[in-house]
Design a protein around this ligand. Sequence first.
Ligand code: NAI
Ligand code: MG
Length: 337
Amino acid sequence: TQIDATLIPGDGIGPEITEAVTAILDHMGSPFKWDVQQAGMAGIDAAGEPLPQATLDSIRRTKLALKGPLTTPVGGGFKSINLQLRQAFNLYANVRPTKTIKLDGRFDNVDMVIFRENLEGYYISDEGYIEHNGDPKGKVFSTGYNTKEGAQRITRAAFDYAVANGRKKVSIVHKANILKLLSGMFLEEARKIAKEYEGKVEWDERIVDACAMQMVMYPEAFDVIVTTNLFGDILSDLAAGLVGGLGLAPGANIGKDAAIFEAVHGSAPDIAGQQKANPCAFLMAAGLMLEHVGKTEDAQRLKKAVIDTVQTKDRVTPDLGGTGNTMSIAEAIMDRL
Ligand code: NAI
Ligand code: MG
């Protein structure tokens, strides 16, 4: 049976990696029936706006999307489309698995999953100007909000994931020693949820700055991490760096109303249109999407083909140390499938 899903190719390298990924998914007989929609600069070209109504309607119908990278124009009053999508569909959990793949990465046994709260905290761009020294724009402020409900649901998502996937430990990451209300409440609510899982999963607490250092020194010690928006943004890119960069890193934005899967990297305008882009991160995002709809075996098969291709450097792209291109690495993966 087929599963309706929205496909947004996106900007820059988006269309190239989308072509590679859909070819691979077709080749392996994936269940997805795509409704192709536009967003970002491609949305402006197609419908005169970066997030066309047709795209929103499609996701509302399918509740499932694979989204290419979107270019957010700097300035011009554009609100990030990714932020708009998160808010429109209440995608409260940003889930980023990080696992060692490349043999020549710095660490061999990294295997962590970061649950980042996606709708609250210091990230919501509630900002403004204040007069200072006679300059009406001499001072700026930015506000963050956390809610008990928000802290509880992201923590519950992390613990449920840990139980379902046989993970050993959840680390709650915070800065409650300084941000006594904003981070303090998050920690307090997260502790309450953690106690509900007593006997099922272990848990600990870490202060974010020390956590960053520990992640660099002993990344093998981390399993599942749950944290607020900005900390999760930073720590998840740090985690990607531990295993060889963004070329292989997927992410999922999950909520009650929909789930949107994407690569962590952006539209890479510097290499767009040159067939140099590595499609693996976007492909791994499709793998997370297969897992999400319960196609665990297909997801495993896909992951295995990607890992083997990358480790043997078979027809891989320049970022992976090869001389291949977007389609040649796709063919190498298809041969293994
Ligand atoms: P970027 O991730 O697009 O590029 C950073 C560097 O990594 C570049 O040198 C690029 O060539 C390389 N790179 C990225 N993806 C690659 C791939 N698949 N294969 C090989 N090399 C790859 O980040 P940057 O330059 O900061 O942002 C460019 C645009 O992308 C901006 O407009 C930004 O707003 C947007 N962006 C969108 C995201 C999304 O839609 N989820 C996430 C991050 C950035
Ligand atoms: Mg980020």
